[in-house]
Design a protein around this ligand. Sequence first.
Ligand SMILES: C[S@@+](CC[C@H](N)C(=O)[O-])C[C@H]1O[C@@H](n2cnc3c(N)ncnc32)[C@H](O)[C@@H]1O
Length: 286
Amino acid sequence: MSAIRRSPQKWQHFSDENKSKSSTSHPRSRNLTFRPIIICSTQQNADNNSSTSSAGRIKRLVLTKQGRTKANSNPDREFYAYPRLVTHVDNKFISKLTDLYREILRPEMEILDLMSSWVSHLPQEVNYKKVVGHGLNAEELSRNPRLDYFFVKDLNIDQQLQMQNDTFDAVLCTVSVQYLQQPEKVFAEIFRVLRPGGVLVVSFSNRLFYEKAISAWRDGTAYSRVQLVVEYFQCVEGFTQTQIIRKLGDNNSILSRISGLLGFLSGSSDPFYAVIAYKNFKPIYD
Ligand SMILES: C[S@@+](CC[C@H](N)C(=O)[O-])C[C@H]1O[C@@H](n2cnc3c(N)ncnc32)[C@H](O)[C@@H]1O
């Protein structure tokens, strides 16, 4: 059984909370024809990791109940109800992220862009085998030219991804991890849908929708946030050791310091953090 089936138009919008209203569109043609959603059986998810001992199991919770709270506790779907066709980080951040993708993703890969929008920051010159998008705003996702499919789902209500085990070679989560209230379950689901050897790239900066970030993030420091993401990986059995990439703002360069002194052309940029790990080819305790 296939988690996602390609339509002749290639483009489908999945919304497992809103099946009756769900729609389909092909962003490349901008001809928004709506089609029914296709979702796999949840039974597949119930069989989670049945063949791989403890892989994907949540070993321990990372967050306290308080750490999961948000200043704005209204449903996230309300907050993201209108499309924000903006970039949430600056161009220097984006080019660092695109360079990273250029290094670790290959054209033959099938990719899930989790918590996505109208941009995926993938290198323009590379055509990947398949890119599936997920987010909370269908209009944003329908305008993302990199997506072959997308689905809308509130991960703070339901963490289960309606996809088979071992579906993707890479999962990306860009400047969004701070909004997850059940990150342990989401990371376990990501682990499940990754193929053995598949990679999860979680990137973030210091920008956030303050009212929608969890308090453990809001109240943290740059260092503790990196540590938090590392722990999200570590709490799931079977990820490799995390790799941390930190590229702080360029405001220490000579050019930026001179610009700063002269009071023009601020050379500083959004700090770039990425935490990366792979799904082990073989579960550790198999
Ligand atoms: C700051 S935007 C980042 C979008 C995109 N990744 C980018 O790089 O521009 C945060 C995204 O997180 C997603 N998001 C926030 N809360 C969510 C939730 N509860 N469930 C699923 N997605 C959520 C929204 O779709 C939103 O587009």
